[in-house]
Design a protein around this ligand. Structure first.
Ligand code: ATP
Length: 363
């Protein structure tokens, strides 16, 4: 029997609602795999926590994350709860820095049954690798405001920070099972190297690292052109790697091409820790209505199991991750399980029930 310690941080808004469904699914996994137990314990973080306790990331939450086998996070931040500089509460970004979760892994995958977004309904399957700790987000809480008329945020690119994310992207291209339509494994550096020195440096390091991976095609695209290619020729995409801010934007665009943020999981991963959360935020416009799509959170739990499988060398976690993937495919294939974002009427809890039941039945 393997027991994994999982701090669960639901956060704010729909984070609470979708997390309840991911936990339901993990319970079903425990039922289906006798050797697996998840010691899930809830911890506070986020905007509501900040209002109630004066901190968005309490010490015990951080301590639990530091001793965890993996962290399951919901979403945090509310538009009405702001720091004095006008920005939102964002413990997830603090955690990326504190735990050095430098690789933002964001799979973009089309599931059968989901209403098509792009003409021809292409079988999209690629990964956006977002550098998570530097880039334009390095300025987070550190930009300079000069009086009432000037504000500066700076974009930071370092050699070690770029080398490690690019290496991760090439290793991902070597390992992943999805392949672009032309069968060529490739990593695309998404940048703006024609304008910014920082981006030219990012691209230079990209091609230096690419030499270590002769079996993988290396190419580049300007970020503006890439947004076009993601819509016009998504089947050519395999692994896209980019600076923090660009990665944030193109991963939401990618999610939009396969049905929306409610289907987009992510992993924030470093050399020691792994935190798994949906790509979406707290969605205040739909929070409290029970209509949020929990699939992104459930698929984030699947990514957590894949990571545990790799880091703990646990074959049961591989099978459990596959069981979640199959159950999600089975669930989404039936339109009655579609939430409002997919044009359906299903409630959040009903979708979680459907995925959990599919796991229990062995679908
Ligand atoms: P953040 O900056 O924290 O990522 P955001 O401002 O990009 O957040 P989100 O909270 O991700 O915004 O929401 C963007 C839109 O997507 C909203 O209209 C929201 O209702 C919708 N959305 C996000 N997640 C879901 C979900 N799980 N189910 C249904 N709709 C969602």
């Amino acid at each position: 029997m393997t027991i994994y310690r999982i701090p669960v941080v639901p956060g704010d808004g729909i984070g609470q609602e979708v997390m309840a469904e991911a936990l339901k699914v993990l319970k079903a996994v425990e039922g289906a795999f006798a050797g697996l137990t998840f010691a899930c314990q809830e911890f506070a973080a986020g905007a509501k926590c900040c209002q109630e306790r004066g901190t968005d990331l309490p010490d015990e939450t951080l301590a639990a994350c530091k001793t965890a086998d993996a962290i399951l996070f919901g979403a945090a931040g509310l538009p009405a709860v702001r720091l004095p500089d006008g920005t939102e509460i964002r413990p997830q970004i603090k955690l990326r820095k504190l735990l050095d979760l430098y690789a933002g892994v964001r799979p973009i995958k089309r599931y059968a049954g989901v209403p098509p977004v792009l003409a021809g309904d292409p079988a999209i399957d690629y990964v956006v690798m977002r550098e998570n700790t530097e880039g334009l987000f390095a300025s987070e809480a550190g930009g300079a405001r000069v009086g009432e008329h000037v504000v500066v945020d700076s974009l930071v690119i370092t050699r070690p920070g770029t080398e490690r994310i690019v290496r991760w992207a090439f290793r991902m291209a070597q390992q992943r099972k999805g392949a672009p339509a032309d069968g060529v494994r490739r990593v695309t550096c998404v940048d703006k190297a024609n304008i910014f020195q920082s981006m030219a440096f990012f691209r230079q390091i990209f091609y230096e690292v690419a030499k270590e991976f002769p079996g993988i095609e290396a190419e580049h695209a300007y970020v503006d052109a890439m947004t076009l290619f993601m819509v016009t020729r998504p089947l050519r995409c395999d692994v896209l790697v980019s600076e923090n801010m660009f990665g944030d934007i193109i991963s939401d665009l990618g999610a939009g091409t396969v049905g929306g943020l409610g289907l987009a999981p992510s992993g924030d991963i470093g050399d020691t820790y792994g935190l798994f959360q949906p790509s979406h935020g707290t969605a205040p416009d739909i929070a409290g209505k029970g209509i949020a799509n929990p699939i992104a959170q459930i698929l984030s739990a699947r990514m957590m199991l894949e990571w545990l499988a790799e880091t703990k060398r646990d074959p049961q976690c591989v099978q459990a991750a596959q069981a979640i993937e199959r159950a999600v495919e089975h669930t989404l294939a039936d339109r009655k399980n579609h939430t409002a974002d997919l044009g359906g009427k299903a409630k959040t809890a009903a979708v979680g029930d459907a995925v959990a039941e599919a796991i229990t039945r062995g679908n």
